[in-house]
Design a protein around this ligand. Structure first.
Ligand SMILES: [Zn+2]
Length: 224
């Protein structure tokens, strides 16, 4: 009896997590928006407040929501990919992590060449110019990082962007520890970016993919 009651309870808890997760993923509340109170959600879902509390805790573990004591619970990510990846990716070798990053960069470049509109290409051009005019003073890769972030955005693929963001947290940690370093100087990086930018502006997916692959082979390298 008790086993049955408990499994019914956990079925309801799982269903509540699933529903709440689906609502967040579908964009019912925006990122950084506040979800309804425990009492409101309990009434809406027809479950107890403790079930809602448990569901919110599960989604907080996945990095999708963040409870702010006294202020409510805020949406932080529309899906759990980024939070889960950034927690587990560091169990892998840096060279494996960089190889996956390369795959994402190449795919993003190909998609950007297909999908980017004039405005997108112009933003990429401005990011490149900011890097060049900054004289290569990167402040740990801020200007070049902006170029790469835009490239991912211009792919128009949100799942790819989430995967990249999940890897990005680990890569930043690797860079601050010195286990991942830049394998080229500012002039080399800017020449690579110029080639990539030209291929995207020309709407050349194969050229963009090749340029991204060549660049990924030496813009960041693992030292271990
Ligand atoms: Zn780069």
């Amino acid at each position: 009896m008790t086993t049955g009651a408990r499994s019914m309870g956990s079925d309801r808890a799982r269903e509540t997590v699933r529903r709440l997760q689906a609502d967040i993923t579908s964009g019912r509340w925006p990122v950084n928006g506040r979800i309804p109170t425990e009492a409101e959600l309990a009434a809406e879902f027809g479950v107890g407040r403790s079930t809602i509390r448990e569901a919110v805790r599960s989604l907080a573990h996945l990095g999708m929501v963040e409870p702010a004591p006294g202020r409510g619970t805020f949406v932080r990510s529309l899906n759990p990919v980024r939070g889960v990846l950034s927690d587990f990716v560091e169990a892998h070798s840096w060279s494996d992590i960089l190889a996956v990053r390369k795959a994402l960069e190449v795919q993003a470049a190909e998609l950007a060449a297909r999908n980017a509109d004039e405005d997108g290409v112009e933003r990429l051009r401005l990011a490149h110019r900011a890097d060049v005019e900054g004289g290569g003073d990167t402040e740990r890769g801020r200007a070049p990082g902006q170029f790469h972030a835009l490239l991912i955005e211009l792919s128009g693929n949100k799942l790819l962007a989430e995967l990249y963001a999940g890897l990005g947290a680990a890569i930043r940690a690797g860079r601050s520890r010195g286990t991942i370093v830049s394998g080229q100087d500012a002039a080399g990086r800017q020449a690579d970016h110029a080639t990539l930018l030209a291929a995207i502006a020309a709407g050349d997916p194969a050229g963009a993919a090749a340029a991204a692959a060549a660049h990924a082979d030496h813009d960041l390298v693992a030292t271990d």
